[in-house]
Design a protein. Structure first.
Length: 242
């Protein structure tokens, strides 16, 4: 408990968990610069013929990912979205070159700043993965329900331009299960490799390891049917400022 008073970041994580219990995915905001160089480089390669680019870093923590993405996409508009108000303030104080914006991760705010050519969800769609492994969890349906993951994955997917990329690393569920029925295809030439940690099916039951997974998904066309509903129906109607 003393750690909460000694470490402002830990306190901000507790406040965020308390305010938004139904919105939280990963509740640990730890990160570091250039954390996923292989996936950043892959996206850079796949988007080389598209300009100008608009990129979203969903769950950008204290802004290191946004700053790192700037090195790979020097001319892109980069938007960082974060639920933790304390970290969002830290992001806005960070000096990042080029057109950069930090916003709260409310669905309507994200929608207002899109659509995007790439959306990065790195170590966001998970929940205390070390605890999941240490406790050898076999059923996470109550710990981290699939519907919470799927609602946000589908919403973010709907915010992509045709040909846009959804890049997801360190998810407890498979992205293709969430995107079923949407016009997306996995990119098998980049980032297709064994999962780092366990994966679970939509019922929350653990799948046999190892799971070979795609990490990058491309939107193949504009959906002709109704777009996924924003996940606001799962959330409180008011949860912070833009």
């Amino acid at each position: 408990m003393l750690r909460l008073f000694r470490e402002p970041r830990a306190w901000s994580e507790l406040v965020t968990r308390t305010l938004f219990p139904s919105r939280i995915h990963q509740d640990n905001s730890f990160t570091w610069p250039d954390r996923y160089p292989a996936l950043f480089t892959a996206a850079q390669t796949l988007l080389a013929d598209r300009a100008p680019l608009r990129i979203l870093s969903f769950g950008c923590s204290s802004g290191e990912e946004v700053q790192s993405l700037r090195h790979y996409f020097p001319d892109a508009v980069i938007v960082g979205a974060e639920i933790n108000a304390s970290l969002l303030r830290a992001c806005r104080e960070r000096e990042v070159e080029g057109p950069t914006l930090f916003i709260s991760s409310r669905d309507e705010v994200i929608q207002a700043h899109g659509p995007f050519d790439a959306i990065f969800c790195m170590a966001v769609f998970t929940r205390r993965p070390h605890e999941v492994e240490t406790r050898d969890m076999r059923d996470i349906s109550r710990f981290y329900p699939f519907d919470r993951f799927a609602a946000w994955a589908r919403f973010l997917a709907s915010q992509l331009t045709p040909g846009g990329l959804l890049i997801v690393e360190h998810a407890l569920y498979r992205v293709e299960d969430a995107l079923e029925g949407l016009p997306f295809r996995p990119v098998l030439t980049h980032g297709f490799a064994p999962a780092k940690g366990p994966r679970f099916d939509p019922s929350g039951m653990r799948l046999a390891s190892p799971q070979l997974i795609a990490r990058i998904f491309s939107r193949t066309a504009l959906a002709s049917t109704r777009e996924p509903e924003p996940p606001a129906s799962l959330l409180p109607s008011k949860y912070g400022e833009a």
